[in-house]
Design a binder for this molecule. Structure first.
Ligand code: NAD
Length: 308
């Protein structure tokens, strides 16, 4: 019997190659992107597998209509666009691709650290505006500076590894970080406050959970070094944006690089009005390689589910 797969968000064609070349199973792959919720609801009962990125909102309403759905694959890490409770109630398995983005997110974070240290976006803007301003953009070196890494998981560790290559010292905080693991990674470790007290740059790499929401708040900014620089390429909400705004205005924070904010898209966010802030529109995982990699991972998960 045919297995019907619906791909409802743009996915890398190279990434779905494992599905395309599968011969044992009778796979029927439909690509229908940009469906309205009602359109998706009307056709979802025809499918055994739904493959999405972050655009498709797999709500309870959609899941309740999905009478033949066995598996939802999320090509990427965050599953916040899928109603997991509704899927579980209906016995639908949800799989994601946690590793595929790691390198791209770590490289983007590293690029943001360099861009912050040397004011690259701001300097480019002045050039585009016809000004040759060299005095305004004196930067700082990374060498011998301390990078604080909050959240020492897949991406945090990759960022630390690259920072050490740039001759930075690294101190990390993670509830699961042990002395052995820190030693093996060649980093110091301590509490959030310990990190805040000594770091010249602080980058966050935790998930957004109740326990991490606003974990970088006014109290933590207060113990940071004057002139600290902050990077968030993880999730908006880990850093309290009002506290960050105030810390930049007061001069405590010399600069911030943000790929994510509490509300996205974040066009119009007042943080963007501050000259010390540089930002990208949630591009951490936006590389050819990451998009291919997450699609390959989730395609292989689909094949494993059907025992190939
Ligand atoms: P991961 O699960 O490998 O690592 C997260 C780490 O955070 C874990 O080690 C965990 O122990 C730690 N942690 C949990 N609670 C904590 C707390 N209260 N304090 C400190 N650490 C805590 O995840 P990952 O793959 O490294 O991803 C990290 C973040 O990056 C996630 O929020 C993910 O959504 C985000 N991300 C963003 C992009 C992007 O496009 N900007 C791309 C990929 C991932």
């Amino acid at each position: 019997m045919a297995i019907n797969i619906l791909i409802s968000d743009p996915l890398s064609e190279d990434g779905i190659y494992p599905l395309r070349q599968e011969k044992e199973l009778d796979l029927n792959i439909d690509i229908k992107t940009g469906l309205q919720p009602e359109e998706l609801k009307a056709i979802i009962a025809n499918y055994d597998v739904l493959l999405v990125r972050s655009q498709t909102k797999v709500t309870r309403d959609i899941i309740e209509a999905a009478d033949n759905l066995k598996l939802i694959g999320r090509a990427g890490v965050g599953v916040d666009n899928i109603d997991l409770e509704a899927a579980t109630e209906k016995g639908i398995i949800v799989v994601n691709a946690p590793d595929g983005n790691t390198n791209s997110a770590a490289e983007h974070t590293t690029a943001m650290i360099f861009a912050l240290a040397r004011h690259i976006p701001q300097a480019f803007i002045t050039l585009k505006e016809g000004r040759w301003d060299r005095k305004k953009f004196v930067g700082v070196e990374l060498k011998n500076k301390t990078l604080g890494v909050i959240g020492f998981g897949r991406i945090g560790q990759e960022v630390a590894h690259r920072a050490k290559g740039n001759r930075m010292n690294v101190i990390a905080y993670d509830p699961f970080l042990t002395a052995e693991k820190a030693e093996k990674a060649g980093v110091d470790y301590g509490s959030v406050e310990d990190v805040a007290k000594v770091a010249d740059f602080i980058t966050v790499h935790t998930p957004l959970l109740d326990s991490t929401r606003h974990m970088i708040n006014e109290d933590i900014f207060n113990v940071m070094k004057d002139g600290v620089r902050i990077i968030n390429c993880a999730r908006g909400g880990i850093i309290d944006e009002e506290a960050l705004y105030n810390a930049i205005e007061s001069g405590k924070v010399a600069g911030a690089a943000l790929d994510v904010m509490e509300e996205e898209p974040f066009v119009g966010n007042r943080l963007l009005d501050l000259p010390q802030v540089i930002a990208t529109p949630h591009l951490g995982a936006s590389t050819v390689e990451a998009q291919e990699s997450v699609a390959v991972d989730v395609s292989n998960d689909i094949l494993s589910y059907f025992n190939v």
